[in-house]
Design a protein around this ligand. Structure first.
Ligand SMILES: [Zn+2]
Length: 458
């Protein structure tokens, strides 16, 4: 067996692991590197394996850092199938088309600027376009959760629920007497929507994510109580409540919480806008994805109710409807992306509301260094949005605990089920991996923290 981590090695993004099991060559995920000044360069760099030689790609879930380099893999010669759960196939298409669109927009903007400077030859073309996504989607083959799938080289694969986002799976591979398990991204056992990850079988090698391996999340109960209190107080101020959210999972989880609060009259039934075409499409998939959810969610769906729709929900898809929200100066809850306030429709809502002292901003997701979201959470008194200076008079609240990721205890519980398998730590910050490796070694586990693009033979 040979393992090469082509991404998410000593880093969080770009999940992509090449596996040689005797004659079979398999790829687990093929995600985009995101964030950091060298992400663009790393995405354009050659893969540390020959794409044309790969027999099959298996995708754990639809997040961009797990699927975002698939079109490049095809362009560079890959001709095999891309296996994923049915929900992941649908989600991946939405995510890839959105990525292609954003790349086109960035390219056009850079080109306009460069043309004015007479440097248009220096602008790199987008990584891929919509036609490349079309070709990629033709390769996708849906697999059923928990079924065994035969792959070339006598390998069988089994996708099992990971509890992270709709369609997310861990992937178990077997050949002869050898078993390898890949965690993909593991879910938070206290997710309001997803059932907890299924535990893996004992195996020989396990690749496990370590995003939050160094800490434990706040309890769901505490998070819900805090969210309810903040929403209630914010609505009492009279202004609008803005909630920046990621389109996949976070939007649906927040809508689910708002619905529950309205059902038990904990907050008034004010207008709720989901101002995002992408989140709207993804929410439709959630409405049809009953199998994996927690029992409460499954029961609502079985009764024909929509767990992700507060009674006052309005989807705004076209930009005219989105602009019309600007006329609503108070008493509404507005969900829009992007989650870190680095672009998207949330910027318009921030511009129209942050300066009002009766408005509120409720932050429910991680805000990376250098983003507008981080500045606001950090207490910035003035920010610039579309070149305009805005005074921050709105209340700003941060709710931690809505994580879709496993915490330390989740990862340990999952990992303990793999017996004495050798552990490869992936998808995390290097310091977190090193500390977690130390903890596991102290418990007698064999641990490797793989270097990017290096080959490990076992
Ligand atoms: Zn993910």
């Amino acid at each position: 067996m040979e393992i090469t981590c082509a991404g998410a090695a000593r880093g969080v993004t770009g999940s992509c692991h090449h596996l040689r099991l005797q004659g079979a060559r398999l790829l687990l995920d093929c995600g985009l590197f995101q964030g950091g000044s060298d992400a663009e360069e790393r995405n354009r760099a050659a893969f540390p394996f020959e794409p044309a030689d790969v027999d099959a790609v298996l995708v754990s879930h639809g997040h961009l850092d797990h699927v975002g380099r698939l079109p490049l893999l095809l362009e560079r010669g890959y001709r095999g199938p891309i296996l994923a759960t049915a929900a992941t196939c649908h989600i991946a298409e939405v995510i890839l088309r959105d990525a292609a669109r954003l790349q086109q927009e960035d390219y056009r903007r850079a080109l306009r600027k460069a043309t004015r400077a007479g440097r248009e030859g220096e602008v790199e073309p987008p990584l891929y376009d919509d036609a490349d996504v079309d070709r990629t989607m033709e390769r996708f083959q849906p697999v059923t959760m928990d079924d065994s799938v035969d792959l070339p080289g006598g390998v069988t694969a089994r996708f099992r629920p990971a509890g992270h986002v709709l369609g997310s799976a861990t992937i178990q591979l077997e050949q002869g007497g050898t078993r390898v398990v890949f965690s993909g991204d593991l879910g938070n056992r206290e997710s309001a929507l997803q059932a907890p990850a299924e535990l893996p079988d004992a195996c020989d090698v396990v690749l496990v994510e370590t995003t939050y391996a160094e800490r434990n999340h706040r309890s769901r109960q505490a998070t819900e109580a805090e969210f309810a209190a903040v929403l209630k107080a914010s609505l009492e101020r009279g202004g609008n409540v803005l909630i920046p959210t990621f389109a996949l999972e976070r939007s649906q989880a927040v809508l689910y919480e708002i619905r529950r609060l309205m059902e038990r009259d904990a907050i008034p039934r004010v207008r709720v806008f989901l101002d995002s075409p992408m989140a709207t499409r993804l929410t439709r998939f959630y409405e049809h994805g009953h199998n994996e959810f927690r029992q409460e969610v499954r029961e609502l769906l079985a009764r024909g109710q929509d767990p992700f729709a507060p009674p006052t929900l309005e989807f705004t898809v076209d930009s005219e409807a989105s602009k019309a929200i600007n006329a609503v100066t108070g008493g509404a809850i507005i969900l829009a992306g992007s989650g870190m306030m680095t672009g998207g429709r949330i910027l318009h809502h921030l511009k129209h509301n942050l300066w009002r002292d009766d408005a509120s901003l409720v932050v429910v997701g991680y805000q990376a260094e250098g983003t507008l979201g981080r500045a606001l959470v950090g207490g910035a008194e003035r920010v610039h949005i579309y070149g305009e200076e805005i005074k921050v008079r709105a209340g700003v609240h941060t709710i931690n605990g809505f994580s879709a990721h496993a915490d330390h205890d989740d990862i340990r519980r999952w990992l303990d089920a793999t017996g004495d398998a050798e552990v490869f730590l992936v998808h995390g910050e290097p310091e977190v991996m090193d500390a977690f490796a130390g903890e596991l070694r102290a418990d007698g586990r064999r641990v490797t923290v793989p270097e990017p693009a290096e080959r490990y033979r076992r």
